[in-house]
Ligand binder design. Structure first.
Ligand SMILES: [Zn+2]
Length: 190
């Protein structure tokens, strides 16, 4: 199956936001591979590309299972066409899916300003490992492993945290974390 087939079709899934409970749960392993899982992954890719975002974990769409999709390479451009309408053009897709991922090795450290579709409007620098080794399963259930660095390593660590119920704001100083939690709870209460 070619993941790229999913880039432009699918259902836009609702994205859960802090403090929705599903975001703080530890997700359970994926045990059944097949049509249902493929459908979920396809819809997650569609939702991610159109959000737009560079990664999306299953708990963010309300499914507490160990799976995330990402694409740190695509280009997204909003252009105005000849009839004056805005059109979104996306190119250079490189979708990836990680099922039951486990980070088995880490080295170095790096700081990068992260954001999250589940924590809208918040962008903060987070400390991450610079290089990681990760083992995971693909959509067919086959075991794979890669070494990742740069944006890919940062994105995998961010998405993998979602599977453990950890949002990136949890990795900020207590002062910042409490500030954002209060702010978001207040906004939610409106
Ligand atoms: Zn996130």
């Amino acid at each position: 199956m070619n993941l790229e087939n999913y880039k432009l079709k699918g259902d836009k899934l609702p994205i859960f936001t802090y403090p929705d409970a599903v975001l703080s749960q530890v997700a359970t392993p994926v045990t059944s591979f097949g049509v249902e899982l493929e459908k979920l992954v396809g819809n997650m890719l569609f939702t991610m590309y159109h959000a737009p975002g560079i990664g999306l974990a299953a708990p963010q769409v309300g499914e507490s299972i160990r799976l995330f999709v990402l694409d740190v390479d695509y280009d997204r451009e909003v252009i105005t066409n000849s009839s004056g309408e805005e059109e979104v053009r996306m190119t250079g897709y490189a979708p990836m899916v990680f099922i039951n991922p486990v980070i088995t090795g880490t080295s170095g450290q790096t700081f990068f300003e992260e954001g999250c579709l589940s924590v809208p409007g918040v962008y903060e620098e987070v400390k991450r490992f610079e290089t990681i080794h990760v083992k995971f399963q693909n959509l067919q259930g086959e075991f794979q492993e890669i070494t990742a660095d740069d944006m890919l390593a940062i994105c995998i660590q961010h998405e993998n945290d979602h599977l453990d119920g950890i949002l990136f704001i949890e990795r900020l100083s207590n002062l910042k974390k409490n500030f954002y939690k209060k702010k978001m709870a207040k906004e939610r209460g409106r």
